[in-house]
Ligand binder design. Structure first.
Ligand SMILES: [Zn+2]
Length: 292
């Protein structure tokens, strides 16, 4: 299977920015780690895909972005975190939720799984004192539309967002997405050309499943055959960087009395990482050290 990849391009002489991602492997990794149902694979997969793409844009050595979708649907909350290489991790409250296909379009019913009401949260931390926090209401629960609304309302940037995850009985067949951002000097003519191009284009997951390269996809969806594009050798991946030390810090934050309680009741503590489901066991001895 091809590696995952992110590319960044300029169309219409720099007046339009387009970023594309192939995220098939990272979404498949999430599916395996969390034993996700097809519906949850599509929902969390779309969120991981956009978060990786937005993470790659972050400034600063240690920039991270956290996205959360808190909708009214049965899937519960979803969280994804990416670094500025596009490496990503995430989890969902109800990983096994599976709904019938959406009767209107025959696709996995992410909108109803997420729910039509609720909020999305975007937290960007570039190492300043306070992270940037943006939030907007959920529009459809389909994730791409919800982020389109976020870019328009919260960042005042007109952006086309497309996200797709294609799942079959063997797992994730294709996943990816793109963001088309209009610069302030984009003309009405450029916009019309892009609209025409988007009308003709297949869905992102179909184009990836057909084996199209990201540059080709960028050309198709912008309608510009003379793109300038940038790519690096970086392979964005699903990576969890949890460790016993980090878990220790989490335990310390719950306080001495709570830890004493745990010792009395259970004699040990078992912590499971939300992002990768790795289990960390703290013995009574470990816990007593933490209290000291
Ligand atoms: Zn972990």
């Amino acid at each position: 299977m091809q590696n995952d990849k992110i590319i960044s391009c300029l169309a219409y002489n720099g007046k339009v920015n387009i970023r594309c991602i192939r995220s098939t492997n990272m979404v498949e990794e999430a599916r395996k780690l969390h034993d996700l149902s097809p519906t949850s694979t599509a929902a969390l997969g779309r969120l991981l895909t956009i978060t990786s793409l937005m993470g790659k844009e972050m400034k600063g050595e240690k920039g991270t972005i956290t996205t959360q979708v808190k909708g009214s649907g049965l899937i519960g909350n979803m969280t994804a975190v990416a670094d500025n290489n596009g490496n990503v991790k995430g989890y969902v409250s109800n990983p096994q939720l599976d709904l019938p296909l959406n009767p209107e379009n025959g696709k996995l019913d992410v909108g109803n799984a997420v729910g039509k009401q609720g909020m999305i949260y975007i937290i960007k931390d570039i190492g300043l004192k306070e992270p940037y926090v943006g939030m907007t209401p959920i529009v459809s629960g389909e994730i791409a539309e919800d982020f389109t609304n976020y870019f328009a309302k919260s960042e005042q940037t007109p952006t086309v967002v497309a996200l797709g995850v294609l799942v079959d009985k063997n797992g994730v067949r294709a996943a990816g997405g793109y963001l088309i951002t209009l610069m302030p000097d984009a003309t009405e003519e450029d916009i019309v050309k892009i609209e025409e191009a988007l009308k003709k284009a297949d869905s992102i997951s179909k184009m990836l499943d057909d084996g199209r390269e990201l540059v080709e996809i960028a050309e198709i969806v912008t309608g510009d055959q003379n793109l300038m594009y940038f790519e690096d050798d970086n392979i964005p991946q699903y990576i969890c960087n949890c460790s016993k030390e980090k878990m220790e810090r989490n335990l310390i934050t719950i306080g001495k009395d709570e830890i004493k309680d745990i010792i009395e009741k259970d004699g040990k503590a078992e912590l499971i990482c939300h992002f990768c489901n790795k289990k960390y066991v703290f013995s009574e001895e470990d816990l007593r050290k933490l209290i000291d």
